[in-house]
Ligand binder design. Structure first.
Ligand SMILES: Cc1cc2nc3c(=O)[nH]c(=O)nc-3n(C[C@H](O)[C@H](O)[C@H](O)COP(=O)(O)O)c2cc1C
Length: 353
């Protein structure tokens, strides 16, 4: 039997090299404070995001739903996120809107006290794609109700769509469609690995979104994921596309500057540990977003997800202690040095660092 596309994505992310070639986060160094003058146990990592209290500035980024194996993954993620008190996004809910019997692979997240639950719909699905009808506001409401979502992420994934046989590459009208949804529902815009420029962030803010998931380059590359699918399908055109666009996009730490138009920003893309979470806060994020780093644990159990999240929070606390920061607000102002290619990016953008 052919593996469903969403199952292939999981399999590839677990078993193949799918990261961008460069880890931009390692260019951000927090300046060590040898005399922190605080006690580790007084550190408070909690934040408020979209009106909800999180115990740490962490959101599990959208991963999956819509095939049988997704049920366990989503349950495990929700158990972990609920126990630790961090936010969680769900994978694209398109499958359950097109086939309502798939709803169980998503709504399994309910009842786990996840403090911030984020629904997910693709911007390409908000407009007509060939003979595929556009999702309207009712579909978006259905998606939110399905998982008791607090806010809906509308994802922008055209870099992925160009690498798929079945890709939705009509993009005209997306901004207007987002505006219409945002006029009735709480919406954030989310990239999926290629980041947000100043111009895009400004247009989305004008369209009424309440925040962003930056979804920048530095971690999982969907061109890489589609490259591996093309290898498995022996599709030479898409293999070439995936290879060529493997490192396409605005690096996540850079996008935190370009997309800073005064709205909350979740920094997703290459966050691998609590030091990266700290780096993202220092670079202007409201919260970090993590997908691939929690995936192996999500395949295992809710306990494993909880353990991984607690490890990440210990590392975050370590970074806060060693920079003398008692809370996330202080961490946001901690001293940093930006080096390497990330510094070059900032120079190219006119020294926004
Ligand atoms: C297996 C997998 C499936 C994903 N599916 C979605 C999705 O349905 N919707 C979405 O907005 N992002 C999706 N993403 C993108 C992630 O939310 C995130 O933006 C990206 O993986 C970068 O984060 P990372 O480097 O921590 O993996 C998916 C990621 C993975 C690994």
């Amino acid at each position: 039997m052919v593996m469903p596309r969403k199952a292939q994505h999981i399999d590839i992310c677990l078993n193949e090299q799918v990261d961008s070639d460069i880890d931009y986060w390692t260019d951000i160094t927090l300046v060590h404070n040898a005399l922190p003058e605080i006690d580790m146990d007084e550190i408070d990592t909690s934040i408020e995001l979209f009106g909800k209290k999180l115990q740490a500035p962490i959101v599990i980024a959208a991963i999956t739903g819509g095939f049988d194996g997704a049920t366990d993954i989503n349950r495990n993620l929700a158990i972990g996120a609920g126990r630790v008190g961090v936010g969680m996004g769900i994978g694209s809910q398109r499958a359950a809107i097109e086939e309502p019997e798939m709803a169980g692979t998503y709504d399994i997240v309910k009842g786990n006290n996840v403090p911030l639950m984020i629904g997910n719909i693709g911007a390409p699905q908000l407009i007509q794609q060939g003979d595929k009808a556009a999702f309207g506001i009712d579909a978006c409401k259905t998606a939110m109700d399905m998982i008791d979502a607090d806010i809906l992420a509308i994802h922008l994934n055209f870099a992925q769509e160009i690498g798929q046989i079945e890709g939705d590459t009509k993009a005209r009208g997306c901004l207007e469609a987002i505006r219409q949804v945002a006029s009735e529902l709480p919406v954030i815009a989310k990239e999926t690995g290629a980041g947000l420029s100043k111009d895009v962030a400004t247009r989305l803010k004008d369209a009424g979104v309440r925040g962003f998931d930056i979804g920048g380059m530095s971690g999982t590359s969907f061109s890489a994921v589609e490259f591996h699918r093309a290898v498995r399908d022996d599709n030479s055109r898409l293999k070439r596309m995936g290879d060529t666009f493997w490192n396409w996009g605005i690096p996540t730490p850079i996008s935190l500057k370009t997309a800073d138009v005064g709205l909350p920003m979740i920094a997703t893309g290459g966050i691998k540990n609590g030091l990266d979470v700290a780096r993202s806060i220092v670079m202007g994020a409201s919260s970090a977003g993590i997908a691939k780093q929690v995936l192996a644990a999500a395949m295992e159990s809710g306990d494993a997800v909880e353990t991984e999240l607690r490890l990440i929070i210990s590392e975050l606390k370590g970074a806060m202690f060693l920079t003398g920061c008692r809370n996330i607000e202080e961490l946001a102002g901690a001293s940093k040095v930006i080096t390497g290619i990330t510094a070059t990016w900032f120079e190219g953008l006119g020294g926004m660092g």
